[in-house]
Design a protein around this ligand. Structure first.
Ligand code: G3I
Length: 353
């Protein structure tokens, strides 16, 4: 075989073996996850194939929320969430649970009910015990409470906190209680508090940190903080994100990136400019580098992985193209940036601080 041909074959092989997926690039460093929906798996073979190929962690985008899990007061529906858990097991993926308490995705019967303090406490306790026990051994980490703080750091007014609420006792009443209940239901599960728009610091970050300190001091079973990371082009640098992560890992907590995406302005067909796609790649790269630089940041999860199947256009009109794959499941510059960041030698555990 002529030398040139040998060189070509070897380099092609090298390319395909070096990092054929996100999960191989992340192997031994962090878990790489995504939010997923069971309907997409069954109706879209390209979605299912990419999900299994690229990720070693999955989180139900909606199916473990009250609204889907508990359609009526006297009825749980575990089927859609179980379907996702099955898919994860078949494909060697870990499962994160999301979420036991949130002010959104509350079923009508619960949100519009007239509850006494006792009734609401009982509902919350029953729900957490039933759900966490159902998924014990399958779900390794739970977002126990999601988005409990306002941007100014005060506790958000919610069904659970104060309307009618069960949050009156102690500064973090219902939140603390939820962690204790979840821990009793599955002592092996890692329990997370999950939120957004605190990743770069500020009053919400300070409030979450104060709660984390208080929980650690008093032995409330909090094990980690979820950094949602719904970013725009100018959201963050790796240094800034790593700094806020370290504030929590210094307390002995784990951190996960839980809902990473980077939304872009798009045209009428949902496409962004090529310049913005390059800048988006930089933001993804920064987020991954931040996590890999922090000892205790053990998972990077995106909130959907294809522009064909993303929550963004519905929630942010005029924006979209926020994920790693385009509408035709072709890898975008952001995908390459994540693979590159994951493949850096500095990403090894020993080099983390
Ligand atoms: O299932 C119904 C369907 O029957 C109905 O026809 C349709 C009409 O609107 O609605 C469908 O439910 C929607 C559900 O997604 C399933 O697709 C809800 O309206 C819609 O509100 C819901 O949105 C989800 C949202 O959370 C609220 O639960 C998004 O998919 C999901 O991406 C988003 O995820 C949140 C995280 O949980 C927490 N952090 C922020 C993140 C983005 O908002």
């Amino acid at each position: 075989m002529p030398v040139l041909l040998i060189v070509l074959v070897v380099s092609l092989l090298g390319t395909s073996f070096a990092a054929e997926s996100l999960r191989t690039a992340a192997h031994g460093k962090v878990r790489i996850g995504t939010a997923a929906k069971p309907g997409f798996i069954t109706e879209d073979s390209r979605y299912a194939a990419a999900l299994a190929r690229e990720f070693d962690q999955l989180e139900p985008e909606n199916e473990m929320k009250w609204s889907l899990l508990r359609p009526a007061h006297d009825r749980f529906d575990f089927a859609p969430a179980d379907e996702l858990v099955r898919f994860a097991k078949q494909n060697g993926m870990a499962v994160r649970g999301h979420t036991l308490l949130w002010h959104q995705a509350v079923p009508k019967w619960l949100g519009e009910g007239q509850w006494t303090w006792n009734e609401l406490s009982q509902l919350m306790a029953d729900h957490i015990q039933t759900v966490v026990k159902h998924f014990a051994g399958s779900v390794y980490a739970w977002d126990v409470v999601n988005e409990a703080f306002h941007p100014d750091g005060s506790l958000r007014s919610t069904l659970w906190y104060d309307s009618p609420g069960i949050g009156a006792e102690g500064p973090y009443g219902y939140i603390e209680r939820a962690f204790v209940l979840a821990h009793a239901a599955d002592p092996k599960a890692k329990l997370f508090y999950n939120d957004y728009a605190f990743e770069a610091g500020g009053p919400k970050f300070e409030a979450i940190l104060a709660m984390a300190r208080d929980f650690k001091k008093r032995g409330v079973p909090l094990h980690g903080i979820g950094f949602q990371c719904h970013f725009t082009l100018d959201s963050i640098t790796a240094e800034k994100l790593a700094k806020t992560m370290r504030a929590f890992t210094d307390l002995g907590l784990e951190v996960h990136i839980t809902e990473l995406d980077v939304r872009l302005p798009v045209d009428g067909t949902g496409h962004a400019t090529s310049q913005d796609l390059e800048r988006q790649a930089d933001v993804y790269g920064e987020a991954v580098r931040a996590c890999l630089g922090v000892r205790g940041c053990n998972a990077i999860q995106v909130w959907g992985f294809s522009d064909a199947r993303s929550w963004i256009p519905r929630f942010f009109p005029g924006y979209g193209a926020g994920t790693l794959f385009d509408q035709e499941y072709r890898a975008k510059p952001a995908y390459t940036a994540v693979i590159d960041a994951l493949s850096q030698p500095a990403a090894t555990a020993a080099s983390r601080k």
